[in-house]
Design a protein around this ligand. Structure first.
Ligand code: ARG
Length: 459
């Protein structure tokens, strides 16, 4: 007879192909240490409640110590026949400590066990990710600090719009990541609840203490409904949605890095260690890392849709469908973790070319709004000012020069309100420093934002 846990019920062994089809050990073995952690807490509670003997608990602990060592050393022999990480570990425990191992599963099901393992895993992953987001924010703030007063063209529609500080532009990503971290923290609260005790779906007839297990595992509370506890994976979906947003933010940043590194912009250079060459074109240095970040964002977005789709048709309570939550979730964690790690280093390795940024900001009439605002301050209604400046831009464009290159009497053709104080207004620095309020691009404000950011990072 094959060694399956449920062979007593069956008239023939499970087909080989089906075993391979239903087994998850190849990928869920990465939950091993969390599985052990969960089992030890469960066993301790069982002993404390008098459901198993203290001597059984001692044996279970001894066996689990050995198994942990085997897993950590890569010596554990995973068997596909044993389907998943849970049965593999339980079987090994029984081999090591006999009947005590067989008592571990009292008052428990793999359904509440796996939900617990995934939550323990995800909680640890979120803690890692929060640190990595912070490290990336630190890189951004460090670079922003060097460039609070570096002028670059700001874009809308990818057309030159108004001059902005490069530091200000970088801090936009700091803000996005700050919200991303908030989302992760918020999601963690709902991850951090204990399913164990729900057993297969209805709870268990043993006098267990779920709160005690929650306490032992550092969960904030216990899931309040056994059917919900074993069947929902909304916490994983929430996490993946938050992860997809982080990736989306980094994808936008990547798109900008790629553009900025293109010689047409020439605003930055990315350190060689993040680029690759071409096998045919000797001159090439390609921004592969940001391109891959952009590409991998699609993959994480895909995982989000996969998980949503996984859940949408499932009746309560547990269904085997849920085994399919792991690969998308693990890959989301891996992709996001690696991306954040590389990104923090890559941002630190950027060479900024302020001259190219400045030259670009001088093209495209980036200070046209400043001329309009100047006229408004002299009493002209904004719409009339807008019209006057539009005509001035058309005139300058025909000449092939900038607004600041026009003589005073030429500018006065468009409005008699123009005085010779206009030239200070039309400079890039004048434009920047005029936007001097919270959230504005004036270098003074950017420095204040950097101060706030640093305080946040120290907390
Ligand atoms: N490997 C399963 C999963 O990942 C564990 C739970 C299996 N439960 C069951 N009744 N088949 O969801």
């Amino acid at each position: 007879q094959d060694n399956n846990t449920w062979s007593g019920r069956f008239n023939e062994p499970v087909a080989e192909l089906v075993k391979r089809y239903t087994a998850s050990v190849d990928f869920d073995k990465r939950l091993a240490l969390f599985d052990i952690q969960g089992s030890l807490a469960h066993a301790q509670m069982l002993a404390e409640c008098g459901i198993i003997a203290q001597s059984d608990l001692d044996l279970i602990r001894r066996g689990m110590d050995e198994i942990r060592a085997e897993v950590e050393a890569g010596r554990f022999e995973w068997q596909l026949d044993l389907e998943d990480v849970h049965l593999n570990i339980e079987k090994r425990l029984t081999t090591l400590v006999g009947d005590a191992g067989k008592r571990l599963h009292t008052g428990r099901s793999r359904n509440d066990q796996v939900a617990t393992d995934v939550r323990l895993y995800l909680r640890a992953a979120i803690d890692d990710i929060l640190l990595l987001i912070r490290a990336l924010q630190t890189s951004l703030v460090t670079l922003a600090e060097q460039h609070a007063a570096t002028v670059m063209p700001g874009f809308t529609h990818l057309q030159v719009a108004q001059p902005v500080s490069f530091g200000h532009h970088l801090l936009a990503y700091f803000e996005m990541l700050k919200r991303d971290a908030e989302r992760m923290v918020d999601c963690r609260r709902r991850v951090n609840r204990l399913p164990l005790g729900a057993a297969a779906l209805a709870g268990t007839s043993y006098p267990i203490k779920r709160e005690r297990v929650a306490e032992l595992l550092g969960f904030e509370s216990v899931c309040q409904n056994s059917l919900d506890a074993v069947s929902d994976r909304d916490f994983a979906i929430e996490f993946t949605a938050a992860a997809a947003l982080v990736m989306t933010h980094l994808s936008r940043c990547s798109e900008e890095l790629i553009l900025w590194m293109s010689p047409r912009f020439g605003f930055i250079d990315i350190a060689d260690r993040f680029c690759t060459g071409s096998s045919i074109m000797p001159q090439k240095k390609n921004p592969d890392v940001p391109e891959l970040v952009r590409g991998k964002t699609g993959r994480v977005n895909g995982h989000l849709v996969a998980l949503l789709t996984l859940m949408k048709g499932q009746p309560l309570a547990y269904n085997k469908d849920n085994q399919e939550d792991k690969e998308p979730l693990f890959d989301t964690v891996d992709t996001l973790t690696q991306t954040l790690r590389i990104y923090a280093d890559m941002i630190g390795g950027i060479t900024v070319k302020p001259d190219a940024m400045r030259a670009a900001a001088l093209q495209g009439y980036a200070t046209a709004t400043d001329l309009a605002d100047y006229l408004v301050k002299k009493g002209l209604p904004f719409r009339d000012a807008h019209e006057a400046v539009a005509l001035a831009v058309r005139f300058a464009e025909k000449r092939g020069c900038d607004l600041a290159d026009l003589k005073l009497d030429e500018l006065q053709q468009f409005s008699p309100l123009v005085g010779d104080d206009i030239y200070a207004v039309l400079t890039l620095e004048g434009s920047l420093s005029a936007r001097n309020h919270t959230g504005g691009t004036a270098p003074e404000q950017v420095r204040a934002a950097i101060g706030r950011a640093k305080k946040y990072l120290e907390e």
